[in-house]
Design a protein around this ligand. Structure first.
Ligand SMILES: [Zn+2]
Length: 182
């Protein structure tokens, strides 16, 4: 990858041999590898490693999970907060794993809609949950830096499954919880 970064530097009009850029191909390669490590992580394994049987059927919410992703159209960052909730049905997963799942899917080339869907779908499938919900609020540098949209706009996406889709009370409870500060 370093050779390719060198040729990109030349293509944009830079001199990859000047002092400040000497180690840039190596740094960019390492950064890209880190930012795309989700491809080398297995979401099923993340869940299965921390799955417990528990007679609990109330809503579990983890909100304000920071995430950083790269948009697949421009390979520029989009980032913000993810809110994840589910209602278990005999099976619960270690709470830190919800944030881990967000990492698994965000550290890839993504579009925000698919990121939201993938997190919701894997929790629903692997936990056999009564329902789950994922809301993501993000800002996209490909919009801001390229000046296409309003500078301070956020994009909000949501996927609601099971009880979160069918029961308005459940949906309202979730929305109230994620809007509370602190
Ligand atoms: Zn983009």
């Amino acid at each position: 990858m370093e050779e390719q970064i060198r040729s990109i530097l030349k293509t944009i009009g830079e001199d990859p041999d000047r002092e400040g850029l000497l180690r840039t191909p190596q740094r960019v390669s390492q950064a890209l590898e880190f930012l795309t490590q989700g491809y080398r992580m297995d979401p099923e394994k993340v869940i299965n490693d921390a799955l417990f049987t528990e007679d609990y059927e109330e809503m579990i919410v983890q909100k304000d999970i920071d995430f950083y992703s790269l948009c697949e159209h421009h390979m520029l960052p989009f980032f913000g907060k993810a809110h994840v909730a589910y209602i278990p049905h005999h099976k619960i997963v270690g709470i830190s794993k919800l944030a881990r799942l967000v990492d698994v899917y965000s550290r890839r080339l993504q579009v925000q809609e698919r990121l939201t869907n993938q997190i919701a779908t894997i929790i629903m499938e692997k936990l056999d949950a009564l329902g789950d919900a994922v809301v993501i609020e993000a800002e996209h540098l490909c919009m801001r830096m390229r000046g296409i949209q309003k500078q301070n706009s956020f994009v909000i996406t949501s996927t609601l499954l099971g009880a979160f889709r069918t029961r308005q009370e459940t949906r309202n409870e979730f929305m109230t919880l994620i809007r509370q500060k602190g």
